[in-house]
Design a protein around this ligand. Sequence first.
Ligand SMILES: [Fe+2]
Length: 271
Amino acid sequence: MSANFFETILTCLQEKNVEAKLTQLQDIQESWLSGLFSLSTTDEIQKIPNPGRPVQPILTAPKLLPKRKLGSKEGHAALMHSIAHIEFNAINLALDALYRFQEMPYAFYDDWLGVAVEESYHFQLIREHLCSLGYDYGSFSAHNGLWVTTYETAHDPLVRMALVPRTLEARGLDVTPPMIKKLQAIGDKRGVEILKILLHDEIGHVAVGSRWFNYLCEQQSKSPVRTFQETVDKYFHGNLRGPFNYEARIEAGFSTAEIEWLRSIEQGITY
Ligand SMILES: [Fe+2]
């Protein structure tokens, strides 16, 4: 009997040990590519207030995270640690989308499994670099903002696609180029190389979010731009703010109407 895809993904999502999670994910990808999984829906779909993550980093409120200057060795490592934490979370975000939304077309699972695997590659790249600076994942505290929104959007794949890849992960497209400049300024060549890989791949991840968001809007005969605006208004903590990386967002599937809306936000025009 073939293993159930959703149950196997849930085990990986709940795995707390970093190495075991990465190994399981690699095995899942191999089995997926060999067509070894059954996609029968599970009897129940669990709520997951806390996904599998190691005991460290300790999670704390964002405002309690100490601000460090990039110029110091510790500040440099703290920046890398915050990126490592985002990438580790991103593995769980992709796994949760795979586990939770069990009535989607086959291509949805193919897309999101590809994202999970790329996020694990990103995490390993950043972790290696962090280790070369004398620290490791868990050396600093971190915040849980990404998972909070993931949990709050567990009821509807359309809301999840709008909020997690197209709002939270899309923010990465805006903030990475300035971060690359800062790393260039302190001469961190390897850091720059890694961040360029991340930026390139993240465009693809946001594009996956756009593809499935648009698919779900079409299925439900909803206007994508209006639905996106309403969903962000309802579920996003805080205000959407620029500057936005329009070029990357267009590549990631943002429509002309959505780009115009973002431009109006950046220019301070209320909508
Ligand atoms: Fe990533």
